[in-house]
Design a protein around this ligand. Structure first.
Ligand code: DNO
Length: 348
């Protein structure tokens, strides 16, 4: 396992120098953020990003993420050109030695929460999700915006997009994902890149939109859509975890045992009621997931890919990008590394 940390580039308040001081973090996970979704990432930008990261003494093997254009997810005629662009980006990334590319296939909205700074008992603030609050939200009004979402749509565009999705069932989405993978996976394979789909967060339908990357059965369907070592997953414990039917250690053993986990996002969640949760500190005792069992499962399957701590709370007065401050994620990295060290020692 290689412990990595997500960095949002020069606009990130958390600097590479900050990250360098977290014990045991050796790799950076990043992306090009100023190229519109659907366009090819230019070589110069990729080379510059890699240089910046490597000059600070980190490795840069994993991109999170190359976003998938909505026209591809909706299966519109424009998709072929957009998929061709996606393939060009993959080829460009492979030229600088990128090995893993994370992406998602969530319609319109990436990860979703009802509150970004909910105050916990200890005075820290966390991202939380309450189904009843989300049900009251109407994204088509355009008043809603979360940090993971593509904010480039106008209110009207967003409305149009949500309308078009009304005709898209889960099965149509599966068909569109298969079409996409059939085109990109051979290119990824030739480029020595492993594609790692990120699960839907939360792992159920929101705002009436179809969501399919939600559970073991569906992840199993995904890996069989195109049979290739390059077709795999990002196992995000915090995204799959809010559904108590998702047995995360079992999923790690199952998919990790098949060499299908190319990237690990490891964080805890505290389920507060049905379909509602808080983003807890990383420790097992603070949430609903058994983090030691999770790390043990990775260790048992010999996981040697990149892992990163995931969303952290805001602590010690820190302000910044929700979920992506420095301090709590750093605590997460050190905690996970501590468990890993114990497992390594026990195995000696
Ligand atoms: C949330 C992240 C996701 C992830 C994308 C991948 O914090 O894990 O936004 O980067 O879903 O495409």
């Amino acid at each position: 396992m290689q412990m990595t940390f997500r960095w949002y580039g020069d606009d990130d308040k958390v600097t590479l120098e900050n990250i360098k001081q977290i014990p045991g973090v050796t790799g950076i996970v990043s992306a090009i953020y100023d190229v519109p979704v659907g366009e090819v990432w230019p070589m110069e930008k990729i080379i510059a990003l890699k240089k910046k990261i490597e000059d600070r003494g980190f490795s840069f093997d994993t991109v999170e993420s190359v976003p998938v254009h909505e026209d591809i997810k909706m299966g519109l005629p424009t998709r072929d050109k957009l998929i061709a662009n996606y393939c060009e980006t993959l080829k460009n990334l492979s030229k600088v030695g990128i090995k893993v590319v994370c992406y998602n296939f969530m319609p319109v909205f990436d990860w979703t929460r009802s509150d970004l700074d909910y105050e916990l008992e200890d005075g820290s603030t966390a991202l939380i999700y309450r189904q009843e609050d989300v049900e009251k939200m109407d994204p088509s009004k355009g008043e809603l915006s979360l940090p993971g979402w593509d904010s480039s749509y106008t209110k009207e565009e967003l409305k149009g997009l949500l309308k078009k999705y009304k005709e898209i069932t889960e099965e149509t989405l599966w068909g569109n994902l298969k079409y996409f993978l059939e085109k990109i996976i051979p290119v990824a394979e030739d480029s020595d890149i492993k594609m790692a789909i990120h699960p839907d967060d939360p792992p159920w339908s929101i705002f009436g939109l179809p969501r399919i990357i939600t559970c073991k059965k569906n992840l199993d369907r995904l890996i069989h859509l195109v049979d290739s070592p390059s077709n795999g997953i990002t196992l995000c414990s915090g995204s799959l975890g809010p559904n108590p039917n998702n047995d995360i250690p079992d999923m790690i053993r199952y998919f990790g045992g098949k060499g299908k986990i190319h990237f690990a996002h490891t964080r805890n969640v505290k389920i507060t009621e049905h379909k509602s949760f808080e983003e807890a500190p990383h420790r097992s005792i603070d949430g609903s997931l058994d983090m030691v069992e999770i790390m043990k499962a990775y260790h048992d399957v010999g996981f040697d890919g990149p892992m990163r701590p995931d969303h952290g709370r805001m602590i010690w007065g820190e302000t910044g990008r929700p979920g992506y401050g420095l301090y709590d994620r750093a605590l997460g990295a050190v905690y996970l590394n501590g468990i890993w060290e114990t497992l390594e020692n026990q195995a000696k």
